[in-house]
Design a protein around this ligand. Structure first.
Ligand SMILES: C[S@@+](CC[C@H](N)C(=O)[O-])C[C@H]1O[C@@H](n2cnc3c(N)ncnc32)[C@H](O)[C@@H]1O
Length: 302
């Protein structure tokens, strides 16, 4: 979907584009390649390792600026750099394969790492603290809502019982407790702890809150004709994006007394494709993350 994202985003080769989630830098580089010598990319990631990785990948580049910041703060960070308007914003949400593959970061139930899950290593709250401090009811609610995990109550109870005996330190401790509740893997496509880990990662990193803020603030800073392009991986993210932009779609409603009334919040937008684009069968076979990817694109009409 990389080329589809770049095709959707870049409308002006000399424009200024924001990649809000540089990760490994694949999209950042592809955007840059689509621009001419006047075009520029401003890349954000809240993970310092990602910023350093992309800096190495692209080298010192006068048309690329990299910012270690939560994309929730994107509008402020751009203003501080005297950038008031951009031609497009791209977000590829969730965690990167680098974060998942590195056991030390504590995102994966597969390795033996500290129960961390912070995208931004300078953040105070880690998964370890969240699991130690959160009361059982709230924990069940989070695992149910963000993980869409049907065994949420039983899992929360088991976690709270186990932490009375010994605090959780490792990802493998947590995975083992969830696995015990859910009865092992038994031919399931997903590991039994997948949804619980997803929920805890999302709450620790306040992922939906960041998304909500960047949508609201950056829609006001994209030029007319520019694009907002989002790759989502979770039904709640996708719903948030869909509902947010639907409120900004310009609608003409016929009045009984004659004439039409224009409805919708400003700035107006239009869906570039009404339905989200999904990965091809081949991409899904190659990359399991692609199975839940949805690409949504809007054009800003002003
Ligand atoms: C799926 S990866 C992006 C992969 C990237 N498009 C590439 O081509 O390699 C998501 C990245 O977004 C970052 N991220 C997630 N939420 C963020 C936020 N609120 N602010 C800034 N970066 C965020 C993560 O740290 C991760 O590096």
């Amino acid at each position: 979907m990389l080329q589809a994202c770049v095709d959707a985003l870049v409308q002006e080769p000399d424009g200024c584009y924001v990649d809000g989630t540089v990760g490994g830098g694949g999209h950042t580089e592809a955007i840059l390649q689509r621009l001419n010598e006047r075009g520029r990319v401003i890349g954000f990631d809240r993970d310092m390792d990602a910023i350093e990785r992309v800096r190495l990948r692209l080298g010192e580049h006068e048309r690329v600026s990299l910012v270690h910041e939560n994309f929730a703060m994107m509008a402020d960070a751009l203003r501080e750099r005297s950038v008031n308007e951009v031609d497009g914003v791209f977000l590829d949400l969730g965690v990167s394969s680098f974060q998942l593959d590195e056991a030390e970061r504590g995102f994966s139930f597969q390795g033996e790492g500290p129960l961390d899950m912070r995208m931004d290593q300078s953040q105070a709250l880690s998964a370890r603290e969240w699991v130690a401090q959160t009361d059982e009811g709230e924990m069940a609610e989070v695992i149910y809502r963000l993980g869409e995990e049907r065994s949420a109550r039983r899992i929360a109870r088991a976690i709270c019982e186990r932490r009375e005996v010994r605090p959780f330190e490792l990802t493998s401790d947590l995975a083992a407790v969830v696995e015990r509740v859910k009865g092992g893997r038994r031919g399931r496509r997903l590991h039994p702890a997948t949804l619980t880990f997803q929920a805890i990662r999302m709450v620790v990193n306040r992922e939906l809150e960041s998304l909500e803020r960047v949508l609201g603030e950056m829609l006001l800073r994209i030029r007319v004709g520019g694009r907002f392009v989002l790759l989502t991986f979770h039904s709640l993210e996708d719903r948030l994006v869909k509902q947010f932009f639907n409120r900004h779609v310009r609608r003409e409603v016929a009045l009984q007394a004659g004439g039409v009334q224009v409805e919708g919040e400003r700035p107006f937008v239009r869906w570039i494709s009404k339905k989200p684009l999904m990965a091809s069968e081949a991409e899904m076979a190659e990359n399991s993350r692609a199975r839940s990817a949805k690409l949504r694109v809007i054009g800003v009409e002003g």
